[in-house]
Ligand binder design. Structure first.
Ligand SMILES: Nc1ncnc2c1ncn2[C@@H]1O[C@H](COP(=O)(O)OP(=O)(O)OP(=O)(O)O)[C@@H](O)[C@H]1O
Length: 651
């Protein structure tokens, strides 16, 4: 059985429905050690035949048998393997990859062998030295002469140690000196026991071989043996091939990215700006939330839980007002104080319609409440917190109304405060009491504006026969981490199957604010995210450009044995690298500009307003990768679907 057998190969091209037969039944047998020249008129089908032998063409009739195995040209994978492990191509137009150096061009083929990185470099170097280019390895193809380019192509064809070398007019573009050198190299290759099949127009070239096959009108009309095939050395150790590794695709994609750096840097900058904006807004959201939490915690004690009686329509019912059933009895206060993790339960009131006169002005005491553990002494801006028969007034609604400049002078004034309390049956009773203003408080945007003590209100209410049951209880928890569990426990307390209390924690208040801030910043980040759609479109356009610029390269890679999947991965890798580098740039922008913005905002709010969390950083990375991946889908698919023969003939 011959090493390579062609049986009744037929091939036609179709223009519309019209058939143009090119090969009309080719039968040939080849052996290792042969140097076969295929001669024939122009347009006679020589290149077509080479593409069939080389496993690039799958659309033909007939059989190709290699080492006794029938090549099933319907099976792409088998053909990819065949090209990768068995075939080395040399073309008239050299077909080197322009953005790779001479050394890298040879290495591309070696990436599909199981040699180590070092062994690959050694082999590529040896081969380039053998073809006389040991000192040209760092050059790019456009810096070489025609003869040199062809020698690089020969080194590349030999690199993966294929058994068959197909040379399609290898000397067609060379002068006589270079032609002689290339022919000597091809002869040497045949002498090493490989099968060399060269297409040529030149009888002189053909005479160099061991056999001349003549093709005319799609048939073999001459098969002349000039000398016997060279003996195949028995000590030949073949280099094993293997599919391309993903890391090789990424490394090649990176090399192309570097070669087209300036064009890609603009795309990356554009994408980075979009990613940066998304990161900035999310970071701002974190900053604002932290700022609010900081502000709220500085006004209110985070370990305090405010407990009111539970009512289904609690929102319309102000505590301490109206129905007596909404008050908290002493035994209930004790019940709350006895809960685990609770340090103390302080009863409190919220006074309805409180007011006092000072001079000629009547001051309305909105939300007059009683001092409890939930307040921080930090809120007292002048004077002290209230003691018995004392009160603290609000800075903005009371003290500044009294004297806008000298608002602190209200401290020490004695005033008669009136409010409305309720009897046990709910009937309202007016109460009045002389109190001394002990301090001025600033609640920021918190609702409570004036404070006295529980004992003061209790004594006053008692004196007019009103109920002294508390309107609310401030429960002090031993540790901030137990606040939520205590609140849950309080809410779960039932009497006669009915829920008794409604526990409010700082976390609840912050939770509501945070929801709003998150919503607002997410909307902003989403708006910024729209710019990422533009980035994705830019990447798609770049990738399509890249595919059309590199059509020939795709053909070369397929001829070297890369599969459709490898080609798709090459372009996906390039897009992913664009996404990744854009992300790195966005990170630099976010941290750099973020720091500058924080500096400016710090002067205003005394707080770092932009806080990038690990989640922001990781989410943005995922976003960048997803955008790049989606943007690569269509271009990479197009690249993979290209017919290798058409791709090779691209200009
Ligand atoms: N993709 C194609 N579609 C249609 N016809 C084609 C295609 N490729 C080649 N042909 C035709 O097939 C015939 C054989 O072409 P091929 O390139 O195999 O000839 P060749 O012997 O290598 O020619 P040359 O010596 O000039 O390179 C030519 O007539 C050519 O026009």
């Amino acid at each position: 059985m011959a090493f390579l057998t062609l049986r009744d190969i037929q091939k036609s091209y179709f223009l519309g429905k019209e058939e143009f037969p090119v090969l009309k039944g080719i039968n040939l047998e080849f052996e290792l050690g042969e140097f076969v020249s295929i001669l024939g008129e122009s347009g006679g089908g020589k290149s077509t035949l080479m593409n069939i032998i080389g496993g690039l063409d799958r659309e033909f009739d007939g059989e190709v048998t290699f080492e006794g195995t029938l090549l099933d040209h319907k099976k792409e994978k088998q053909l990819d393997e065949y090209r990768r492990g068995t075939i080395g191509y040399i073309y008239q137009a050299y077909n080197l990859i322009s953005h790779l150096t001479v050394l890298d061009n040879v290495l591309v083929s070696l990436e599909m062998t199981n040699l180590s990185q070092k062994e690959r470099i050694n082999r590529a170097t040896e081969l380039l030295e053998r073809v006389g280019l040991g000192d040209q390895m760092k050059k790019h193809p456009n810096q070489l002469s025609g003869g040199q380019k062809q020698r690089v192509a020969i080194a590349r064809a030999l690199a993966a140690d294929p058994k068959i070398i197909i040379a399609d007019e290898p000397t067609g573009a060379l002068d006589s000196q270079n032609t002689a050198e290339v022919l000597t190299l091809l002869e040497e290759i045949a002498k090493e026991g490989k099968l060399v099949i060269a297409v040529t127009h030149s009888q002189e070239v053909a005479n160099h071989g061991t056999r001349i096959v003549h093709l005319a009108d799609g048939k073999i009309d001459g098969d002349q043996r000039l000398k016997p095939a060279y003996p195949v050395p028995t000590d030949n150790v073949q280099i094993a091939d293997r599919p391309l590794k993903a890391s090789a695709s990424y490394s090649n994609a990176f090399k192309h990215l570097r070669y087209t750096f300036w064009r890609n840097s603009l795309i990356m900058l554009g994408t980075a700006i979009g990613l940066f904006a998304v990161m900035l807004f999310s970071g701002l959201g974190n900053g604002i939330k932290a700022y609010i939490a900081d502000q709220v915690n500085s006004l209110a004690n985070p370990t305090a839980v405010t407990v009111q009686r539970y009512s289904k329509n609690a929102n319309s019912q102000r505590p301490g007002q109206g129905e007596g059933s909404l008050t908290i009895s002493n035994s209930q206060v004790k019940q709350l104080a006895d809960l685990t993790h609770v340090k103390q339960a302080e009863p409190g009131y919220v006074l309805a319609n409180g007011q006092f006169r000072l001079g000629t002005t009547t001051y309305a005491l909105n939300n007059m409440s009683t001092w409890s553990a939930s307040y921080q002494t930090k809120i007292i801006k002048a004077g002290t917190k209230p003691g018995k028969d004392e009160m603290v007034v609000d800075k903005n609604t009371v003290a500044k109304q009294y004297s806008s400049k000298d608002w602190k002078s209200i401290v020490g004034k004695k005033v008669t405060v009136t409010w409305v309390a309720a009897k046990a049956d709910g009937t309202p009773v007016p109460v009045s009491r002389e109190l001394t203003i002990s301090g001025v408080a600033d609640f920021g945007h918190n609702q409570v504006t004036n404070l006295t003590t529980y004992q003061t209100v209790q004594a006053a209410n008692k004196s007019v026969g009103a109920s002294t049951d508390a309107a609310m209880v401030t429960v002090k928890v031993n540790d901030a981490k137990n606040v939520d569990s205590v609140a849950k426990k309080i809410n779960a307390i039932k009497q006669d199957g009915k829920r008794q209390f409604n526990a409010i924690t700082i976390g609840d208040i912050l939770g509501t604010i945070n929801t709003i801030v998150t919503l607002a910043t997410t909307v902003l980040a989403a708006i910024a995210g729209i710019s990422l759609v533009v980035s994705a479109l830019m990447i798609i356009v770049t990738m399509f450009m890249s595919v059309s610029e590199r059509t020939k390269e795709i053909g070369i890679l397929r001829a070297l044995g890369e599969s459709k999947k490898d080609v798709r991965r090459l372009f996906t890798a390039e897009s992913l690298l664009i996404g990744f580098f854009s992300y790195i740039l966005a990170l630099i922008l976010a941290f750099g500009l973020g720091a500058i913005l924080n500096n400016v905002l710090y002067k205003i709010a005394k707080f770092d307003m932009i806080q990038l969390s690990l989640t922001n950083i990781i989410t943005t990375l995922i976003l960048a990768i997803v955008i790049a991946y989606v943007a690569a889908l269509l271009p990479a698919r197009r690249a993979a679907k290209l017919n290798p023969i058409d791709a090779l003939s691209a200009d």
